[in-house]
Design a protein around this ligand. Structure first.
Ligand code: DMJ
Length: 654
């Protein structure tokens, strides 16, 4: 203590300092005359001060350059946005959410957009009116400068860097202002002519009936069994439950069934458990759960849906851990292990499964500001673009290990279908910037036309299947979506082919309608043939069933929007009458085992896609075009509407 270890101060001497401190009680002669504990407290105070100053930088406006300097590299991430090109990379600086709240750019928790506080109340409730208030119609049109603009050019992109930090975190409020039309249209899409209105009301009643019975007998289960009046769990979603609820959220919402929508939302909040095990289909979970939750978020702005979908998205990523990055078909959401379907030859992955992730994954990146989802699907795209294709066709099975085709079976129906759908829809959803998707789609369509499209002796156009060069003259109900697909893609092919594609779309839709009219029940079989004298009819007993599928009605809806030919509404109404007559049972709707007999036998299953797709497409068919306008939305393959990501270029300008 006598100053032996006192530090000499500049210009001073140790003994002097020691003397000064020696006069103070409790002061040591060690260090600067401070005791060890005092040095510790002093250092603690100093480090606290430094942390405070540094932290304060984050609360300063964006323009403060210091902030950028202090941000670490990991916080500046490249994000590819649906361009299909590796060069289309934008930098996005992550910004803490709190800052946006301070600046009033995004709703603070609990306000109209996020609804978090509402979400915390025991019974979250939203009325259509209240939500409509939050979704004012046509704002973008009313405010010059806020309307949709063409995607920015490379040079515009370069100069827009100053705005990037304003657009990196998704803001639901700004998103709404970027839509060309209010999502629900002017009056919820109410048609002006009384007959169409009456038909639309009928479809709404069917939805309510299907929902009420599901709620009563199968609440929380995946589907309703309407004859035995219980729930079906199945194993497509692992141990995830409530598929009918997730699939119904957006349908209930657009129909204005708000009490039902609120029940569904409350279930998501209190009971949707994503920490489950079991074998789940990556494809089914993606199109129904991810798609359903994304749509629910984009329509309502409820943060709950966004939180859930981002939680789920992360759980799907391990499926991509293969040598090629082509995901396997089955995943355990709990453990993250994944494997191929036992029935898929040589451990292969299926084209319609790994090729039907793009739309949802681009939106997962949009909402999470994490490029990983887009990277995963762009990698699939790249591999498919590069690989050699027999006659330009895409076979249905690919090895996730070698990246080679496993069999040469090509189909626009099951196993292949939605891969083609997602090519053209990726292009449309990217606000027509994803040139790779467009080129791949048109090349595929050319190959399909050259190899698969056939004309029957009776003059019906159909899509045959291809087995290593040999045609199977069969068309599945699933393949009937292609009328709508070719229709919505018609505008963007070579100019002179526009009419050609519209005609082809109309012919395919007509053939699918024929498959309905040629049955006793006026519902279409699972597959119909064009050989052995058959024309659009099922020849095998095993193909005669109808499980409430949407594809034919889906094509009616698109063709109606594209042509306004009244026959499509008439055909839709025929389907409503047939559904009512043959599929409606006392406690819900059921598929039937044979469309060719009037003594129907029910399969006791109300599929969740009946609520999500069949009834939604019918409702849209009898609504005005501004309800979920095709200018703003694309529908995923389960009919969940996702916004066109033009929003991003618009957001940058706001
Ligand atoms: C739906 O789950 C989707 O449309 C999927 O793409 C194919 N089949 C069913 C409906 O038939």
């Amino acid at each position: 203590e006598e100053g032996g270890d006192a530090l000499p101060l500049a210009g001073g001497s140790a003994p002097k300092v020691s003397m000064v401190f020696r006069k103070l009680p409790g002061v040591s002669a060690s260090g600067m005359g401070l005791r060890l504990s005092q040095k510790f407290v002093f250092l603690l105070f100093l480090s606290g001060l430094v942390t405070l100053c540094f932290g304060a930088l984050f609360f300063l406006p964006d323009s403060v350059r210091l902030k950028r300097i202090f941000l670490s590299k990991t916080e500046i991430q490249p994000v590819t946005v649906g361009s299909g090109s590796e060069n289309d990379v934008r930098e996005h600086v992550k910004r803490p959410k709190e800052q946006e709240h301070l600046r009033g750019m995004t709703p603070a928790k609990g306000d109209g957009g996020g609804g978090k506080a509402k979400g915390l109340s025991r019974k979250p409730s939203v009325s259509h009116e209240a939500t409509e208030e939050r979704l004012p119609g046509g704002r973008a049109q009313e405010e010059p400068g806020l309307s949709r603009s063409k995607p920015e050019s490379a040079s515009e992109r370069a100069t827009s860097s100053d705005h990037r930090s304003d657009s990196d975190t998704f803001s639901f409020h700004r998103f709404k202002r970027c839509l060309a039309k209010a999502p629900l249209g002017r009056d919820g899409g109410k048609p002006s002519d009384p007959q169409t209105h009456e038909r639309r009301e009928k479809v709404k009643e069917m939805m309510k009936f299907a929902w009420d019975n599901y709620k009563h007998f199968a609440w929380g289960k995946n589907e309703l069994r309407p004859l035995t009046r219980n729930g079906h769990i199945g194993n497509m979603f692992g141990e995830c439950q409530g598929a009918s609820i997730i699939d119904s959220l957006d349908t209930l919402y657009i129909m204005g069934l708000m009490e039902e929508y609120n029940d569904a939302k409350e279930w998501v909040q209190t009971s949707l458990d994503l920490n489950s095990n079991g074998e789940a289909s990556l494809f089914e979970v993606n199109i129904r759960y991810v798609g359903g939750l994304l749509s629910a978020y984009y329509l309502t702005g409820e943060e709950l849906f966004k939180t859930k979908v981002l939680e789920l998205g992360e759980k799907l990523l391990p499926a991509f851990n293969t040598p090629t990055g082509i995901p396997r078909g089955v995943i355990n959401l709990g453990s993250g292990t994944s494997w191929s379907w036992g029935w898929a030859s040589a451990g292969s992955s299926i084209l319609a499964e790994f090729g039907t992730l793009h739309l949802e994954f681009v939106h997962l990146s949009e909402l999470s500001n994490n490029p990983i989802y887009t990277e995963k699907v762009m990698n699939i795209r790249k591999l498919l673009n590069k690989i050699e294709k027999p006659h330009g066709l895409y076979p249905n099975f690919l090895s996730p290990v070698s990246g080679n085709w496993v069999q040469h079976h090509v189909s626009i129906g099951g196993l292949g279908d939605s891969f083609y759908e997602y090519l053209i829809k990726s292009y449309l959803m990217s606000d027509k910037t994803d040139e790779d998707a467009k080129n791949m789609y048109y090349s595929a369509l050319e190959a399909i036309e050259a190899n698969l499209v056939q004309k029957s002796p009776g003059g019906l156009t159909y899509m045959a299947e291809w087995r290593g060069g040999i045609l199977d003259h069969k068309m599945g109900h699933l393949a009937c979506f292609s009328g709508g697909m070719i229709g919505i893609g018609a505008d963007d092919g070579a100019q002179e082919k526009r009419q050609h594609y519209l005609d082809l779309a109309a012919e395919i839709t007509h053939t699918c309608h024929e498959s309905y009219t040629r049955s006793a029940t006026k519902l279409g079989p699972e597959a119909f043939r064009f050989d052995g004298g058959a024309e659009a009819t099922a020849t095998r007993l095993s193909d005669r069933y109808y499980i409430l599928r949407p594809e034919v009605i889906e094509s009616y809806m698109y063709m109606w929007r594209l042509t306004h030919d009244p026959k499509y509404r008439e055909w839709g109404w025929e389907a409503v009458e047939a559904l009512e007559q043959h599929c409606r049972v006392e406690s819900g709707f059921s598929g039937i085992r044979d469309v060719y007999t009037m003594t129907v036998s029910h399969d006791n299953m109300q599929q969740s896609f009946f609520l999500s797709e069949t009834l939604k497409y019918l409702y849209l068919l009898f609504s005005d075009d501004d309800l979920l306008s095709l200018e703003d939305w694309v529908f995923n393959t389960e009919a969940h509407p996702l916004p066109i990501v033009l929003v991003r270029s618009c957001l940058i300008r706001l």
